[in-house]
Ligand binder design. Structure first.
Ligand SMILES: [Zn+2]
Ligand SMILES: [Zn+2]
Ligand SMILES: [Zn+2]
Ligand SMILES: [Zn+2]
Ligand SMILES: [Zn+2]
Ligand SMILES: [Zn+2]
Ligand SMILES: [Zn+2]
Length: 1767
């Protein structure tokens, strides 16, 4: 954008300017001096945006060079070099990461996960051999190599290792010459001062004092548009198009600049003009109440100075990078106090949110390069930063830029340095500063003293939450005991107090009330609280760690927490009521969970629980006198966590179902691995704490009361009457209650509660996860909680307990299986199991035990010991209420019938007894006489009134009774009873109590007799039931088969099922070798009728030309898979001439089929239905399909494979007719060639020749007689006979079949060229031949690539498709378009007879190296036989003429021979001596070829470097010609139906195959014979071909486009083994369109290796009238529409097809556990998996991209919403 009048530079002399500066800089304010110069020149330099390079030149000349010369007082280059030499290289790497650059963190040595290495350092470090994590940088951070605080060990990489002897640290400023220091100080200070002033300058049309130019400011203004994160790209673009009246492209450019740099001038003009634009943009964007886009009208002079200020910031970075001394000097100056007590650095810092994006980025970089590179500077900077933390954060919250563009993001650089963090926490109250700032934002969310969130999350609160990250950084390195000072304690505790304030705001938030009657109308908001909880989790853990590391701090924080807890509990107001069970009574709080509000958020209570577990570590107790530990009231501690447990229990008993999903979700997250550590787990601990502090009986009474189970504990409960509904609830609640007891007593794998180590805890988690099922590494890792460093500790323990079993040796994917000895640790009541986990794990364990013939009981494992503080919990087991409850449940179980008992209750009680017995064993071993569970269960108790009626009843006797009862239906519970009774005996023996032996025997007996009887009875009943069901089923099945009999018999997905495989039809020629072409052709045996079954109507029918037409589903697509040069796919087919396929195969037409057939009519109505359905759909939904109906796409009705057309299936030729008297024909190759030659000569009329009025060459077949007249009599007769054959009349082909022939050719034409349908277009038959040729070639290459034999290995869907293609192509040519094909035939032939053009200019500009000969051959053999057939003369002689000529006749034989001759010349001319095989002896063929080789090279006048050896040549010729011969063999096999020789169904080596193929095709296997003695005509043709001037050009050294033979099989590009290499490669990749900018989604084409800037506006282009992304565009240019890409940052494969469709598939990179990592979330090192890459390679080669996409879209509807075309 040019301004109206260009300013020109005033006179300028650098030398005198610098001298002037030198003379004055120390006398006065240097900035003032500089401004005098800048006042004029800045406006000259920065006056246009058009030409950045020009601007840069001027800036250097007028502004920057003078500064550098002044600073150096001489040549800057020399001076800076001198400075560098005395510099001490920094031992910090400090490499600043760009977005997307790979970073590495060592999981063993890094202080925390934010400590990272750059690729270079990592490669040169020992961490490479440790366990490391790879990730990509979000931009902005730097490499920590060399920072002793970042690494626990191995601080330096090889490159940054300190050199010995250079350890004299010295102030680098002192090393600078004094005068340089003076000058630099002046420059640095002035420039920074100016930059800060100008960047923060907020007036639009005036300049600071000394910069205001003389006179009036001109009326040139700029309309400046600023970016925000509110408006979308589209909104900005459309607004600009209207307001500025510019093109879409220009608007996109503006929008891109705004997005990248933060602002862009969109209009330049007078003030009034710019104001108008501003008004319009604001009006346009402020509609619908949203915030308007920010636009400012600024004077161009102001903008110019700001541009210069920005440039100066960059320049400063460069200058201070020149020397350590300069950098230190800069730091010192920038942080020294200026006026009003602020340093320049501080001013820049505080102005952050006033700056636009690029200005921010530059200033942050200056900060990083300047002050963060040096410990001392960094320290000073962080103090300044902390001082201003609050206002910086406030600014950030109000701002709308992403965190990456905020200076607050720098916290990750300074707060994570342990020494700095310690200093800031201790001396600058960092924790309080952060928390106070956060609490301020919480104010607005407060309601009734608690936080309360709305459904729509507020962006400001979200932004405020970044402070919680800062808090984590500050806490992440906890002090070791020796590091605590009084000051640190004081400021930490102050911070902790604020933290408690925050937690108090959450305690009790989002309380819910049980809903009765009707469902909740509105689901209450619950996510906000959980989001905050998630963000706080790490902080809670870290605070607890800090508290635990110092005794004094622990005491004080404990007391503060108790106070906070007391402050928010308000329990005193609640009334009490008493609860009595078994004569024991307790006063309980009257708070009904069923009717009163309950909150799941109890962070204060939980922190208290956390702190409590540490008391033991410091030997603290409430009784100890050396501290003043406040004792909380145990009943109060119990209350809140208990309420939550009761609520969960009630919810499990279905009592809360009217509260909807909000409650279900809360309960889910409460237990989920992400939250449970600081929620559920802490609640369990709190329940244990309360149990350890309370009387055991009272504790249980409290629980029973809260669960409302007092009634259930009454002995006569069974006899009460009541509603069944409430009874069921009570039974379920009792089960829940018992399992809570199991958890409270049994869960001891908790730090501080049981005698366990960290590893023990993780190990137990792993064991229980693997008891559910074997798991892959990532699945296991996901199931475990992460610590604050995102580590699960999995790797340390998993090898002890599990073996990694590989499922597939190739990919290495595998799963961990638990080692058998660890099953003993399995606990079905493991508290982290969900209901589903529990039942799955039980099932698996029971099954395993059954298989091993063990008891099916799942008894409790032996738990670890409680730590001393928690030992009182054990008292619960033997207290009266517990014994009473156990006995109660057992007594009910022993009854014949009990209405309140469930087997689950029994199972849980047995589990409790089992735990008691384990403890009893331990007590006996330890000699602990106080614990006497055994006595309590073996002696009759007096707790039950009933017991008095049954003297001697005890738990033990009840158990024995149960064992003999028949009530138990579960084997595992019955076995658990047996286990329990056995264990009691064991324990009694341990205690030396006498146990009667007969009693032990009696134990098993009941099961054998009574139980067995009961079981048998049940079994018989079950068997009867089963038989009945079976009978019913079988009856139903019979009916079904009867009704669908046809379907059962006829459903076959194979075409020609009666023919069977290709091999089966070979009976006829089994004795002799089959020959497909020429006079020795094997007579095709008459094949049986071919049958097909329609998949739509299930009708079977014979395939003939006259019956109902049968079609095969098909998909036609353009393809570049065989292309030898990438990137030039056919884009515009309108004017393209497809007759000659270029030898490098740029774009072919591929046809494939899933092999399913139906009636043409059935298909038509099926397809019409789809169209009708589509028409009924609203317009906006039309594209939401896995297939594009506008492109005629549909899914196969049977297999849902994508299709876009159908191929008619025709009867095989052998059933149609025979060539008449072929045997009698006596025509030599030379005679044939002569006849053809004459035909061509007579059929071409060139422009300017006598009889041609056209300006184009006309190709029109001449009458046969014209040719025969020029021949000898016998030759003429034979030549004439060549065109005559008997066969079925044309009229017999049904109209329907013809229509289907037309349909397929129409589609092959339109999809193959990408053009509109046009039935009359002469190119239609060509496209049919081409797709036939191309599909055959593609199959040939696939077979070759797989190392499979040519025949016998193709799936039926492939062979059906190819057979139909070949037959359709020939039939169409003969029946539908003989005239068009004749014309093409003459044109094709004329290429080989260059003399047919009298005027050289009319010759096509091609040489024989340019044409792909298989395509050529297919076209010739399809069109040639009918060339002269319609001749009137012939019709007179032979009657019944006019149908399909049979394949493989003389015409075909000689055409093949001719084409092979041409191919031989191609091969000989392009021979390259490299890659020759083993020497073969006595090769006469080689000698003959060598003669030809010399001959041809001589004619062509091409110099031969080294004459090859004969054997080399012979080998090369056969190897190179084999692919073409293989294609021809496939062609004639499918065409003639003549069986293939057995030799070609085996892989026997190239040479044997070569001989067999030649024999099959009736071709002499001595290739030299193709050219030897074949007559004058051929010799002269060869002569002409080789003399073609283009040929020499192609072969010249400069040309690289010459195609080599054998044709190379295309592969996807090679990928590196280590994935980080790729990431590193793309980190240096920049967007090719916006110079030097990072690309957001670098995407690599796997076909050609090109890197693209995908999914970004900068690289969108117009294509076919729509905007498409770089990948879509490339897919067109490189893959003719289909593309396969690797999205490098996401580590996923992208498939694209048909512009609007795509899908992602897993990448070929896996970690050591054989798993992929899409999105690089886990960060394990990844390496290439050869097998998966081979799979992708195959997918691409077999043209399966569209099919894969359609399947994947069909199965995953969310993929349809992705805007694939913009990728
Ligand atoms: Zn580095
Ligand atoms: Zn390094
Ligand atoms: Zn390491
Ligand atoms: Zn049908
Ligand atoms: Zn199908
Ligand atoms: Zn781009
Ligand atoms: Zn490509």
């Amino acid at each position: 954008m040019a301004t109206k009048h260009n300013l020109t530079a005033p006179e300028f002399n650098q030398k005198s300017l610098v001298e002037e500066w030198l003379a004055t800089y120390f006398k006065s304010d240097f900035l003032k001096v500089l401004k005098k110069h800048w006042r004029e020149f800045v406006l000259v330099v920065f006056q246009s945006y058009d030409d950045p390079a020009h601007e840069e030149r001027l800036a250097n000349k007028f502004l920057l060079h003078p500064l550098e010369y002044f600073l150096c007082n001489g040549d800057p280059e020399v001076v800076f070099r001198q400075l560098k030499e005395v510099d001490q290289p920094s031992q910090l790497c400090g490499h600043v990461f760009k977005t997307g650059e790979p970073t590495y963190s060592c999981r063993e040595c890094a202080t925390d996960p934010t400590c990272v290495l750059c690729m270079d350092c990592f490669q040169a470090s020992v961490h490479k051999k440790h366990r490391y994590r790879m990730s990509t940088s979000g931009g902005g951070g730097y490499c920590d190599c060399g920072d002793p605080e970042a690494w626990k060990s191995e601080v330096f990489c090889e490159n940054h290792k300190p050199k010995t002897g250079t350890n004299n640290v010295q102030n680098s400023i002192e090393k600078l010459p004094n005068d340089l220091v003076n000058r630099s100080s002046a420059v640095l200070l002035a420039c920074l001062g100016y930059a800060v002033q100008m960047l923060t300058w907020d007036q639009c049309d005036t300049l600071p004092d000394n910069l205001q130019p003389e006179g009036e400011l001109s009326d040139t203004y700029l309309c400046m548009l600023f970016n925000d994160e509110v408006h979308t790209y589209e909104q900005v673009i459309s607004t600009l198009q209207k307001a500025v009246d510019c093109t879409h492209k220009a608007a996109v450019d503006y929008a891109t600049t705004v997005d990248r740099e933060g602002r862009s001038a969109v209009k330049c003009g007078t003030y009034a003009e710019c104001e108008r634009v501003r008004g319009q943009v604001e009006r346009n964007t402020s509609r619908h109440g949203s915030k308007a886009l920010k636009v400012q009208v600024m004077h161009s002079a102001v903008v110019a100075h700001q541009q210069f200020a920005l440039r100066l910031i960059q320049w400063l970075q460069n200058i201070i990078g020149q020397s350590d001394g300069l950098r230190q000097l800069f730091c010192m100056l920038s942080m020294q106090h200026e006026t009003n007590a602020q340093s320049l650095m501080e001013m820049l810092l505080l102005a952050d949110t006033q700056l636009w994006k690029i200005a921010r980025v530059q200033s942050h970089q200056l900060m990083m390069a300047g002050v963060l590179m040096d410990q001392e500077c960094k320290k000073r900077f962080s103090i300044i930063f902390t001082k201003n933390y609050s206002s910086l954060t406030r600014d950030f919250i109000q701002d709308d830029h992403y965190r990456t563009f905020s200076v607050t993001n720098i916290t990750v650089q300074i707060f994570t340095v342990p020494s700095l963090a310690r200093l800031l926490v201790s001396e600058h109250n960092l924790l309080s500063v952060i928390l106070k700032t956060f609490l301020e934002t919480c104010e607005e969310k407060k309601k009734d003293g608690k936080l309360s969130f709305e459904r729509t999350s507020s962006p400001t609160f979200k932004r405020a939450c970044f402070s919680l990250h800062d808090l984590k950084y500050a806490l992440i390195c906890k002090p070791s005991p020796g590091e605590w000072t009084d000051q640190l304690r004081r400021s930490f505790l102050e911070g902790y107090t604020y933290f408690l304030e925050l937690l108090k705001l959450m305690e009790g938030m989002d309380a819910v009330k049980r809903q009765t009657g009707q469902h909740l109308e509105f689901e209450p908001e619950w996510e906000g609280a959980f989001n905050l909880q998630l963000k706080l989790e790490d902080n809670i853990v870290l605070f607890l760690d800090w508290c635990a590391s110092d005794r004094e701090v622990l005491i004080q924080s404990y007391n503060k927490t108790v106070e906070a807890f007391n402050a928010c509990k308000n329990l005193d107001a609640i009334k009490k009521e008493s609860c009595t069970v078994a004569g024991r009574q307790a006063e309980c709080l009257k708070y009904d969970v069923e009717t009163q509000p309950i909150s799941i958020h109890l962070p204060v209570t939980r922190v208290l629980a956390g702190l409590h577990t540490y008391l033991g570590d410091h030997f603290l107790s409430f009784e100890s006198t050396d501290c003043h530990l406040m004792r909380p009231v145990a009943a109060d501690l119990l209350e809140f966590p208990l309420r939550v447990q009761v609520m969960v229990a009630q919810s499990n008993a279905n009592m809360w179902r009217r509260n909807g999903y909000a409650l279900i979700n809360q309960i889910f997250f409460y237990h989920n691995v992400k939250c449970r550590t600081e929620m559920y787990d802490r609640d369990v601990v709190m329940l244990q704490i309360a149990a350890s502090m309370m009387d055991n009986n009272e504790y249980l009474l409290q629980l029973i009361h809260k669960y409302k189970l007092a009634n259930w504990t009454k002995e006569d409960f069974d006899r009460q009457t009541g509603q069944e509904d409430s009874l069921r609830q009570t039974v379920l609640l009792a089960e829940e209650f018992l399992s809570l007891l199991i958890v409270i007593l049994g869960e001891r794998f908790i730090a501080g509660v049981g005698e366990v180590s960290k590893e023990d805890i993780v190990r137990r988690e792993v064991i229980h996860q693997l008891c559910i099922s074997p798991l892959a590494h990532s699945e296991l890792a996901k199931a475990l909680p992460e610590d604050t460093n995102h580590e699960t500790g999995l790797e340390n323990v998993v090898k002890d307990v599990a073996t990694f079993k590989k499922l597939s040796p190739a990919t290495g994917k595998g799963r961990y299986e638990l080692k058998p000895e660890f099953y003993a640790y399995y606990n079905p009541y493991f508290y982290h199991y969900t209901k589903g986990d529990k039942s799955k794990s039980e099932e698996m364990q029971v099954k395993r035990r059954k298989e091993n013939n063990q008891l099916q009981a799942l008894p409790p494992p032996v738990p670890p010991k409680f730590r001393p503080m928690f030992l009182p919990v054990m008292g619960l087991l033997q207290c009266d209420i517990m014994i009473y409850v156990i006995e109660l449940v057992l007594a009910r179980a022993a009854e014949v019938r009990s209405r309140s008992l469930s087997e689950t209750q029994l199972e849980r009680v047995l589990h409790l007894i089992g735990m008691g017995l384990h403890e009893q064993k331990r007590a006996i071993e330890e000699g602990n006489r106080q614990f006497d569970f055994l006595t309590r269960i073996c002696t009759p108790s007096s707790l039950h009134s009933k017991a008095k009626k049954e003297p001697g009843r005890s738990i033990q006797t009840l158990l024995e009774k149960i064992m003999s009862s028949n009530n138990i239906t579960h084997d595992s519970i019955r076995d658990l009873v047996i286990w329990t009774v056995k264990t009691i005996t064991e324990v009694r023996q341990m205690k030396n109590e006498p146990v009667a032996m007969e009693k032990e025997n009696a134990m098993v007996a009941p099961r054998d007799v009574k139980a067995e009887a009961a079981r048998r009875k049940k079994q018989v009943a079950a068997e009867k039931r089963r038989m009945k069901i079976m009978a019913q089923m079988s009856a139903m099945q019979k009916n079904f088969i009867k009704e669908n009999s046809e379907l059962f018999e006829n459903t076959s997905t194979e075409l020609f099922p009666r023919i069977g495989s290709d091999m089966d039809i070979s009976d006829a020629g089994s004795s002799s070798f089959p020959v497909a072409v020429g006079c020795k052709q094997t007579r095709p045996s008459l094949s049986p009728p071919q049958l097909a079954t329609c998949i739509l109507c299930q009708e079977e029918q014979e395939i003939t030309l006259t019956s109902k037409a049968i079609v095969l589903t098909a998909f036609v697509q353009k393809s570049t898979v065989l292309s030898l040069h990438h990137g030039n796919a056919l884009l515009n087919g309108d004017l393209f001439d497809p007759l000659f396929m270029r030898s490098d195969l740029p774009t072919g037409t591929h046809t494939s089929s899933c092999g399913h057939m139906m009636h043409a009519g059935c298909w038509q109505s099926f397809f019409d239905n789809i169209l009708a359905r589509e028409r009924r759909r609203p317009l906006r939904f039309r594209h939401n399909y896995s297939h594009d109906i506008e492109k005629m796409e549909f899914l196969c009705p049977l297999c849902e494979c994508i299709c876009n057309t159908v191929i008619p299936v025709l009867p095989s030729v052998s059933t149609l007719g025979q060539e008449s008297s072929v045997d009698k024909l006596q025509l030599s190759f030379a005679d044939w060639l002569d006849g053809i030659h004459k035909t061509v000569l007579n059929s071409i009329r060139e422009p300017g020749s006598v009889d041609s009025r056209s300006r184009l060459t006309v190709y029109e077949v001449c009458p046969l007689v014209t040719i025969t007249r020029q021949m000898a009599g016998s030759v003429a007769q034979n030549f004439q006979a060549l065109w005559a054959y008997m066969s079925v009349p044309t009229s017999d082909v049904s109209e329907e079949t013809k229509e289907m022939l037309r349909k397929f050719s129409r589609d092959a034409y339109s999809f193959g060229l990408g053009v509109e349908v046009d039935d009359d277009n002469p190119r239609v038959p060509i496209m049919l031949w081409n797709t036939c040729a191309f599909s055959l070639m593609a199959i040939e290459q696939q077979l070759r690539d797989d190392g499979k034999p040519l025949f016998g290995q193709l799936s039926s869907r492939h062979s059906d498709c190819l057979r139909s293609l070949v037959q359709v192509a020939s039939t169409y040519t003969q029946i539908v378009s003989p005239n068009q094909s004749n014309m093409h035939c003459i044109r094709l032939l004329s290429f080989l007879f260059p003399d047919s053009f009298k005027n050289k200019d009319n010759e096509p500009p091609m040489c024989i190296l340019d044409v792909e000969l298989f395509h050529y051959l297919v076209a010739i053999v399809m069109s040639l036989p009918s060339l002269l057939r319609g001749d009137a003369e012939l019709l007179k002689v032979y009657q019944g003429i006019g149908s399909v000529p049979p394949p493989g006749g003389i015409n075909h034989q000689y055409a093949l021979q001719l084409v092979l001759a041409v191919h031989l010349i191609q091969v000989l001319l392009t021979f390259d001596q490299e890659n020759c095989g083993m020497e073969v002896d006595g090769d006469y063929e080689g000698e003959a070829l060598l003669i030809l080789y010399d001959h041809i090279h001589t004619i062509a006048n091409v110099p031969q470097q080294n004459t090859p050896l004969p054997w080399q040549l012979s080998l090369h010729v056969r190897r190179s010609m084999l692919p073409l011969l293989r294609c021809v063999a496939l062609l004639f096999h499918y065409w003639t139906g003549i069986p293939s020789p057995a030799e070609l169904s085996d892989v026997e080596g190239e040479m044997k195959e070569f001989d067999a193929v030649c024999k099959y095709l009736g071709v002499n296997d001595h290739m030299s014979r193709l050219l030897d003695n074949q007559g004058e005509i051929l010799d002269s043709m060869v002569n002409r071909w080789c003399k073609n001037s283009l040929l020499k050009e192609r072969l010249s050294a400069a040309s690289q486009s010459v195609v080599q033979y054998p044709l190379r099989i295309n592969k996807l590009i090679e990928l590196p083994y280590d994935y980080s290499e790729l990431i590193n490669k793309v980190s240096t990749f920049t967007c090719p369109k916006s110079d030097g900018d990072d690309s957001r989604a670098p995407t690599m084409c796997l076909v050609c290796g090109q890197m693209l800037c995908s999914q970004s506006y900068c690289c969108q282009t117009e294509f076919e009238g729509v905007t498409v992304g770089a990948a879509t565009e490339h897919a067109y240019k490189c893959g003719a529409g289909a593309g396969i890409f690797l999205r490098v940052r996401e580590c996923q494969i992208l498939l694209l097809a048909g512009r609007t469709k795509g899908c992602f598939v897993p990448p070929p990179y896996i970690d050591d556990y054989g798993e992929t990592d899409q999105g690089l979330r886990r960060g394990n090192p990844l390496h290439l998996c050869k097998d998966s890459y081979a799979y992708l390679q195959k997918l691409w080669m077999s043209h399966a991209i569209p099919e894969t996409i359609a399947h994947s879209l069909e199965s995953n509807a969310t993929l349809l919403t992705i805007d694939w075309q913009h990728l």
